[in-house]
Ligand binder design. Structure first.
Ligand code: ADP
Ligand code: MG
Length: 376
């Protein structure tokens, strides 16, 4: 297929911060962008050429997208996979609706990971109440996770006993879930793969991810793990992308256990919060890769230009009255980059922005990043 070149119009489903950073990358390269998002204040709409302000399943809006865009992608997994399959009949769509359907359902996702020959945590798929009337000991203590629509630790309940697990399942309204054994994590890491239509693959350096309350707080790159282990993380991520015949940017989250064995936690069919560091610290960033993949270009080089730490800025950092954090010290730091998403309302737990610190090594970057966060 011929490559799509600027100034072609590209489309994206979703206008959150990932969409905003995609739009920025695409516009810089000379493409035009249409964003579909029902929110009039969608962060990506600030920079888009066209904002279709309509529900994701709006037939007329999807029709406009298909007719006006040379290629369409998505910034989140909870779009209607059927809508993506429909769009694919008249324009180029990546990732495929099939891959998005897998990533949006933890049951399908985990069975695909195993099919690719990669390890998951011990888990039980619970599609109906009968499925939870079995011996639960192998999955306890565990986490009951809704199969769909969970993010940032939402839709998850920690359970110690079989009775607790069954009660929690009932509390979640009997929707499909997985019960996953709670593992003793040494570390969490992620790798982001770009696979383009010519089946060329590039993988970014491995990020070490520190979560707070189920939400990503800091990413540290390079991850503080042995090079052999980092190579294995990248290999697994690529293996998964190939098993899915994936086109686009695929993020893979891993757990590292005490013996340095790896478990795939989950995948995201899009750029990922743990890959924001690539904007400031890599030869090509994850959003440029998304553009390249959807346009049928080769992936860009993923080399890390500097050790880097990324810190998420949640609404919690804003003043009680919604007033801005004190940006002065961070803005004066010559090796820090602030990224704000233009969200109007700061709420606890809401991702409002992030910043990166680039330094000679990750220890210095981490110390400085934490000190800078304390000044906000
Ligand atoms: P989300 O879709 O909300 O990101 P995850 O499944 O990635 O959901 O879970 C969020 C976080 O909860 C993980 O990053 C990890 O810190 C913790 N967690 C999830 N599953 C397990 C598990 N089986 N064992 C230990 N910790 C877990
Ligand atoms: Mg996760």
């Amino acid at each position: 297929m011929a490559a799509i070149l600027p100034p072609a119009m590209l489309g994206i489903l979703g206008g959150g911060q990932l969409g905003r950073m995609f739009v920025t990358a695409a516009k810089r390269m000379g493409y035009r962008v249409t964003v579909l998002d029902p929110d009039a204040n969608a962060p990506a709409a600030d920079f888009a050429d066209v904002h279709l302000c309509a529900p994701f399943n709006d037939a007329a809006a999807l029709q406009t997208l298909a007719a006006s865009c040379a290629a369409v992608t998505t910034e989140f997994e909870n779009v209607n996979a059927d809508a993506m399959r429909q769009l694919a009949k008249s324009t180029r769509v990546s990732p495929s609706g099939d891959c998005v359907a897998i990533a949006q359902d933890r049951i399908a996702e985990k069975s695909w990971v195993r099919k690719a020959g990669l390890p998951t945590a011990p888990y039980l798929a619970i599609e109906s109440v009968a499925d939870i009337q079995v011996e639960l000991e192998p999955y306890l203590p565990g986490i009951l996770k809704t199969a769909r629509l969970g993010y940032d630790g939402k839709g998850q309940v920690r359970v110690k006993t079989a009775d607790e697990a069954r009660a929690a399942y009932a509390d979640l309204g009997g929707q499909a879930c997985v019960l996953e054994k709670m593992l003793d994590l040494k570390l969490e890491v992620s790798a982001i793969v770009t696979r383009t239509s010519s089946a060329q693959v590039a993988v970014f350096p491995v990020s070490e991810n520190i979560h707070k309350d189920g939400i990503l707080d800091e990413s540290i790159v390079p991850a503080r793990i042995a090079p052999e282990l980092a190579a294995r993380v990248q290999q697994y991520a690529v293996k998964l992308a190939e098993a899915l015949d994936y086109i686009g940017v695929l993020a893979v989250e891993f757990f590292v256990l005490g013996d340095d064995s790896l478990v795939v936690n989950e995948i995201a069919p899009r750029p990922h919060n743990s890959g924001h560091y690539t904007i400031d610290a890599c030869v090509t960033d994850q959003y440029q890769q998304q553009v390249r993949a959807m346009c049928g270009l080769l992936p860009g080089k993923t080399d890390l230009l500097s050790p880097v730490v990324m810190v998420n800025l949640l609404g919690d950092v804003w003043r009680e009255d919604g007033g801005e954090p004190l940006w002065d010290v961070l803005m004066e730091a010559p090796n820090a980059h602030l990224h704000l998403y233009g969200k109007k309302e700061a709420r606890a737990g809401r991702k409002m922005g992030h910043f990166t610190v680039l330094a000679a090594n990750v220890d210095d970057a981490l110390d400085q990043a934490r000190a800078l966060k304390d000044t906000l």
